[in-house]
Structures are given as structure tokens and as C-alpha cells.
Design a protein around this ligand. Structure first.
Ligand code: F6R
Length: 236
């Protein structure tokens, strides 16, 4: 695991965007794992800027999102489908048919395998250490499945999205499993802001998988890059 500290989230996001766009030029049919939430918004903006300025093509790219709320339709403004359309998909030349989200009907892990696996997986992290919606207690061998959201996650997501209305936040979501995430060839974890410090410190100190902080599973992956801004206290 390699960790890089940036002055701010703008610089960290640009760094991640450069990795993706360089890889896209080398492999136009990139298989990309995508996250939602507040963290990757600048990264998606940088990818859109690159598409506009350099005409980088996304026509052969396949994307797999980490998660989607149960019970929200793709058109719901609070759904992750809507988030991805708004921040990325509608602004690049990706084919809608090449963008996938976990749901009740698809064997997502099998689908990812059919496409040859994920080349680069983008991750954010919850302040409780979740990645995708693998909440504390998740098995490191978990596959994509329906999960219950942690009360803390529901509260945090109500504050950031859903107009602050906690009653609107679904209590369950379809989420890639930890094993699914670990099968990606390369992982880029972004963490911005002081409230991610504890989770990042727990990863850096971990010797083995700690189910109280699911992101600790990443210490076992051979190619993980953690990009943080200077607000994250690494405890060093
Ligand atoms: C979203 C996801 C979540 C978020 C995490 C951090 O697709 O998988 O694990 O990455 O909840 O959210 P933000 O970025 O809003 O702090």
C-alpha cells in the first residue's frame, strides 16, 4: 500500500484523474470501478474536463459502480444512478449499456468476471471505515449482496444528500463485497477531510483484517494507492 498526501483535494483528485486518463489512452476498453458520494466529485469533474479538452474517448469503457440504494429507481434524484449521470456519464461519450450497478437480479461478481475483471477501482471511505457499503462486521470474503446500512452511515448520508431528511435515506443497499473489491487489479482510495483520519489511521496500523474497520482488508492487496488531503491526520 502506498499513501500520498496532497495539499488539498483538488490536487489529489487531479492526480487520480491523470492515472485514469493515462490508463485510458493505453487501454481504451478499460474496466473501471466507480464510487459515489462527496469524495469523487472533483475527480469526475477532472475526467470530464479531460474528455472535453483532449477528446479522450469513453466509448469502449465499461464501468461497475460500487453500490446502489435499495428501493430507489434510477431516476430518483438521490439514487447513485442519478449521481453518476449528473457528475460523469452525461458529460462523456460513455455508452449507457456499458455502465453497471449492483441490483437484486444480477450476479454482479459473475458479470464483472465475464468482462475480464476491474482494472482500476476507485474507492471513498466512510468515517466508520466502510468501503462500498461493507459496514463494520462485514466478512472479508463477502461478495456483492444486499446489506443493511449502519446507523452512522444513514446519518452521514442524510447530512450530505437527501436534503438532510434522515427518513428519506434507505436503510439497505446493494453493495460490492470486500472480496469483489479485492479482485480489482488496482485500487485507488481517496480520503478527504479530518473526519476520515481515524479510519485511515486504523488501516495504516493494521496487521491483519479488522472487521471493525472493513477498509483494513486493503492491506492484503498488492496494488493500493491511498490519496489523502492535508486535513487527514495520519497520526504520525
Ligand atoms: C459510495 C461508497 C461509500 C462512500 C463513503 C464515503 O459509492 O461506496 O463507501 O465512498 O460513504 O462517502 P463520502 O465520499 O460522501 O464521504
Amino acid at each position: 500500500m502506498k499513501i500520498l498526501v496532497f495539499r488539498n483535494k483538488e490536487e489529489a483528485s487531479q492526480y487520480a484523474a491523470n492515472i485514469i486518463t493515462n490508463k485510458l489512452r493505453e487501454k481504451p476498453d478499460l474496466r473501471l470501478g466507480l464510487a459515489t458520494g462527496s469524495t469523487p466529485i472533483l475527480l469526475y469533474q477532472d475526467l470530464v474536463n479531460d474528455h472535453v479538452q483532449n477528446q479522450t474517448s469513453w466509448s469502449n469503457v465499461i464501468t461497475f459502480n460500487l453500490d446502489e440504494y435499495k428501493g430507489l429507481s434510477a431516476h430518483d434524484v438521490d439514487s447513485y444512478h442519478h449521481f453518476m449521470n449528473e457528475h460523469l456519464f452525461s458529460k462523456i461519450n460513455i455508452n449507457d449499456k456499458n455502465t453497471f450497478f449492483p441490483n437484486a437480479k444480477t450476479d454482479y461478481d459473475d458479470l464483472i468476471k465475464q468482462y475480464g475483471g476491474i482494472d482500476i477501482q476507485i474507492l471513498g471511505i466512510g468515517r466508520n471505515g466502510h468501503i462500498a457499503f461493507n459496514e463494520p462486521g462485514a466478512s472479508e470474503y463477502s461478495k456483492t449482496r444486499l446489506v443493511d446500512l449502519d446507523q452512522d452511515t444513514i446519518q452521514v448520508n442524510a447530512n450530505k444528500f437527501f436534503n438532510g431528511d434522515i427518513k428519506k435515506v434507505p436503510t439497505q443497499a446493494f453493495s460490492m463485497g470486500l472480496k469483489t473489491i479485492m479482485e480489482a487489479k488496482q485500487i485507488i482510495l481517496l480520503a478527504f477531510g479530518a473526519d476520515k483520519s481515524k479510519a485511515i489511521q486504523t488501516i495504516l496500523q493494521a496487521q491483519e483484517y479488522n472487521k471493525d474497520c472493513p477498509a483494513t482488508v486493503l492491506i492484503k492487496h498488492p496494488n493500493v494507492l491511498v490519496l489523502v488531503d492535508s486535513e487527514v491526520n495520519l497520526g504520525m
